[in-house]
Structure formats: structure tokens, C-alpha cells
Design a binder for this molecule. Sequence first.
Ligand SMILES: [Zn+2]
Ligand SMILES: [Zn+2]
Length: 309
Amino acid sequence: MKFEITILGCGSALPVVHRNPTAQLISVENNNYLIDCGEGTQLALRENSAKLQNLSVIFISHLHGDHYLGLMGLLSSMSLLGRQKEVTVVGPPELEEVIRLQMKVSKSYLNYELIFKPTSADDLNLVHEDKKVFVYSFPLKHRVPCTGYKIVEKQRMANIIKSKIDFFKIPVKEIKNIKKGADFITPAGKIIANNRLVKPAPMPRSYAFCSDTIFEPKIVEYIKGVDLLYHEATFLEELRNRAEVTFHSTAKDAATIAKEAQVKRLLLGHYSARYTEIEAFRTEAETIFSPVELAEDNKVFHIESTRQG
Ligand SMILES: [Zn+2]
Ligand SMILES: [Zn+2]
């Protein structure tokens, strides 16, 4: 079952060729979510053969243009393409006003219902739940209110071993309970322990997205132990002062957060337009934490399942 992150844009304020502003498509099985929606996102979705109509929820981190200026275009195209299923947008409270005003002045309307859920940049908050995942927002430290997002897969049930069903003649009505952890009691009263009947369920996977933020140790508690952490790294160490003034992070800052939070992998992005080569981001970060991966437009990062026990 897939859990993958497609990078639709990994640049920062200024778009450059081959590097769009921030947007990521998160696919968990057949559910598709968008985090941030910089300019050009709908074309990047098409380039990656992602169907716009399959998106269910759009999460926006903050109201700097490089994180949401593609949103109106995307919402409008979904309507033009005949979408009727509702779209949920999660983001800073003022975003709803921005969307409604743009609709009003252009005398436009959407064919579908737009559900808006405001975030609050104060604590860890559950902002979305469906059959597959929980999504939480949590505060980052930036020049305007900004939240990161954490997507946590729901616990799946264990897989029952088919040959055991035949061997112990387990009735169909017992199977669900066994998947949930029950033992099986034979008609003769013999107890068959659950661990003889099932393969353990995969561990729930998790992904955290942190963009944009200055180095902020408080983030650690919100993202502890995630399988994959995306953390912005706008600058290299040589421009540490610039990072501090603009409320952004360096590659080393991101690596320090990853290390403190004991995450499994770190993914860097949101590189300043001044950097054409990005390998130095990995080199600097890996002096503190490893493994480090580098976001690049149209690159896909997978989070694999591991079994419990
Ligand atoms: Zn940004
Ligand atoms: Zn920003």
C-alpha cells in the first residue's frame, strides 16, 4: 500500500526554471492530498499525471505567495473540469476571505462546495481525519502565522493467514475479531493464540512537513519519530545571518531538528533561488544527521511499510 510524496515544487520565494514554488502531492493508497499550492501547481500536477479531480483536501501552511498563489487557479480549473464533489481547504483563517473576494470580484462561482477549515498556529491540532489518515497542524516560527502538517496513517488490522483458516476451520464470523487481536477457541475448547493466526499489522507510517520556519526547537515535540521529515533549508551555513533575518532555516538547522526529533529520514527543500547546485545542502546537513534526501521537482519519495513486532 503506497504512501508517497511527489514534489511539485521545492523552490522558495522566487520561482526558477525547473524549480516551482512549494507544493507537494501526498498519496496514501488512493487518497490524494495537496500541501501548499505555489504558482504553477496545477501544471505540475498534470506533469506528474495526477488527476486534479482526485484531490480531496488541500492544506496551506501560510499566506506567503510562494505557498498559495496557485490555489485560485487550481480551484477554478477543478470547477471548469466539471467537479461536483466538495473540496476541503485547510489554512490560515484569512485565506477564506482571499478566496471569497477573488470569486466575488471576478463574478465567478464554483460548481462544487468549498469547505474551509481555519488553522490556528498555537498547538498540535487535528485538522482532518478520514478512513486512512489523521492530519495535524502545528505551529512553526515565521514572519507570518505558519503551520506545519503531520500526516499519520491509521493503524491497519493484522492479516489473517489463509492456511490457518482452513486448518482450524475458523468460521467467517470470527475472522474480524481475530484480525483485531482475539484468540480463536475451537469447538473442543482449545485456545489458539492470536499470534499463530495472523501476520502482524504494518506500523502506521507518518510524514511531517515544516515550511517555512526559523530554527525552532519547539517543533521537535510535534514531529517526534516520524518516518520522513520534510524541513525547509532555504540557505547554507554561509548565509546564516540571512536565514535569521528572514525567519528561514539552514541545512544544518533542519538536520539538528531531525536529530533531536529522532526521525528516520530527512528531506530538504525550499532552496533559495541563488543556489543552482543543491548537493551542498546534503553535505552540510549530513555532518549532523543522516540519511538526508534532497527535494527536486517531480521527484517521488516513498515511505515503506514495516511490520510490528
Ligand atoms: Zn516560502
Ligand atoms: Zn514564507
